[in-house]
Design a protein around this ligand. Sequence first.
Ligand code: ADP
Ligand code: MG
Length: 461
Amino acid sequence: DGKYGKAMEIVKELEEKCGTPIGKLRQVADAMTVEMHAGLASEGGSKLKMLISYVDNLPTGNEEGLFYALDLGGTNFRVLRVQLKHGGIANQEFEEVSIPPNLMTGTSDALFDYIVAELAKFVAQESEDFQVAPGKQRELGFTFSFPVMQSSINSGTLLRWTKGFSIEDTVGQDVVAELTKALKRQGLDMVVTALVNDTVGTLAGGRYFNKDVVAAVILGTGTNAAYVERAQAIPKWHGVLPKSGEMVINMEWGNFRSSHLPLTEYDHALDVESLNPGEQIFEKIISGMYLGEIVRRVLLRMAEEAAFFGEIVPEKLKVPFILRTPHMSAMHHDTSSDLKVVAKNFTDILEIPNTSLKMRKVVVEICNIVATRGARLAAAGILGILKKLGRDAVRDGENQKTVIALDGGLYEHYIEYSKCLENTLDELLGDEVAKSIVMEHANDGSGVGAALLAASHSQYL
Ligand code: ADP
Ligand code: MG
């Protein structure tokens, strides 16, 4: 009928506006490469901050001892301890704790006190397998997945929060100093020897196990990437050139934007109503915090303008962020012939119990459109990095493997998304080049990577 037709028009329009034909993806990749150059040329030269990580040596495998890591991402934080023996990880334990939402918009002290209290519990539960050498301080790598302007390997000021965090008094502060003060307040004797972005941690963790890893991409609550750059190719770096000749760059690619990005009215509204309007535009169309919310906004419009769920607009559908990306992915992956999972999510989360199979099919289609756009754009971003590294083409006589370490809950659990990402990168590279580029899941590499970097920057070396 007419109402269904109007609803289908909305879906069709969404599909058109979210289109990512290969030519557009190439434009996005080229724009990414251009912005990378600009961000490396001068501070503030681009939306891409291209932050210097002060990591100029990646793990070698010779790291030894007991090290800790604390990984503060978006949704959860993890504490871990890693016992490193020459050439490998002898022992490893971790704990994951969710961050109470009120702490995400409270005070700096409250957030850091909470984190340190959890860390202190973790340290208190230590078994005999994990003992620090007598007279030595425990050393910690701090994975902090927000934009930080580092001034050394273990200091750096927070530029701004992202991913739903908004704690004004932390912005402009040295996050290691904030953590250290909290450690003091709670009498926990630990020293932060490395401050790393999660992408840098993942790169370090990935390299420890595979020498061909040159870049890392996170697709979790937010999204970001890091890669190994030639120090000579960083005009804005005025310090002494590192002996290795290399420097890991934290791109902060979540803040990438380009006129080539396919944006819709839903994206604009989501952005305007977000805690950080105008920022993190790439992140807002490809990462886990936002995909489900985009789908909700499409469904809401269909309810309002096409009475898709009946004459009354369902109340729950009006609640921002009620439909999370894990719900979306569960619905997208629904293989039952009557789409039971979609029906259940609609009943349980949106309190819409009376969906028809025809409606549920439309819902899956919307999930597919939104996830496909995100995954294909993420692939274009990776192509941008490969171009910058000169690894997007086969060069005569070279047979070098290029490995990209990927991690994050979205990549790990949203299989349709990760499959689409991999297929799109292959499509962009072509068969011959695709053979030399490998995407590897670096499971929880960022925590281990931070511990490894804490080890290689130990105060006792
Ligand atoms: P963070 O990015 O917060 O450090 P993770 O890497 O664990 O943490 O990613 C968590 C995010 O991954 C969640 O916010 C969610 O968006 C996404 N995610 C988790 N599970 C799923 C799932 N089953 N399907 C799709 N996305 C998921
Ligand atoms: Mg994380």
